[in-house]
Design a protein. Sequence first.
Length: 279
Amino acid sequence: MVILLVATRNAHKMQEIRAILGNRFQYLTFDNFPGAPETTEDADTFAGNATKKAVKLADWLAQQKAEHGRRNAELYVLADDSGLEVDALNGVPGVHSARFAAIGERTPRTFCAHCAPVPDGQPPHPSLSPSGGERVPEGRERGRFMGSGNGRSARGAGNAPDLANNAKLLHLLKNVPLEKRTARFRCVLALTAVLPEARRGSSPVCYADELELQTELFDGVCEGHIGFAPQGQGGFGYDPLFVPDGYQQSFAELGEEVKNKLSHRAKALAGLRARLVNR
């Protein structure tokens, strides 16, 4: 049996993961491990944040004395980082999507060529600068994406309410025409096997490096555009504003069944499911 410890406290996200992966796997969350460590998401890429979370939690689990299910079960940590990339804002909010409204004390007046220049030649506010991270190719990939982060990560900011994030995004795009409101949701999943405690040896650093090296990444992207006002009552996050290509309705209007076939997370989870089923 495969047991997935999903590194999230987001009930909506957990529901989406269960719906897409199905009942073939057993699921655990932070609710099952109240002492699990928190991870500061200070990497510059989605892949970096997802890998950091998965490796830290897998390392912690290996040190625990309690049983995590059947003795012959395969235990994995599944972590993700995802967000919205808006082309007119040079990829913002990107890795800051969940805390978009909580970072920065002022709003820049422009991000794109068709807007008026910032007064006095000042650059855009650093809290809204593009993530600048390299893209992870479609499918899955092994590699080292931890990253140490820098000032662009706004590591001191907590998550902001969805309504506040959406309001800030609409404010920044208020003068942007429809044809330039292109955007995409991006998701990167990190899957890390929990290795036996005996493998830790005398060097926890080497053990953590081994966890990182054997972490697998699964990437998914959903292209679309940002609407001019929230539409629909379903979904969460930026769903009321995001209209996927080929549709007139927002994610919040399309419903879970349609969204779970189109979304960035659905595409990443499809690769993950194939990997686990065919292991």
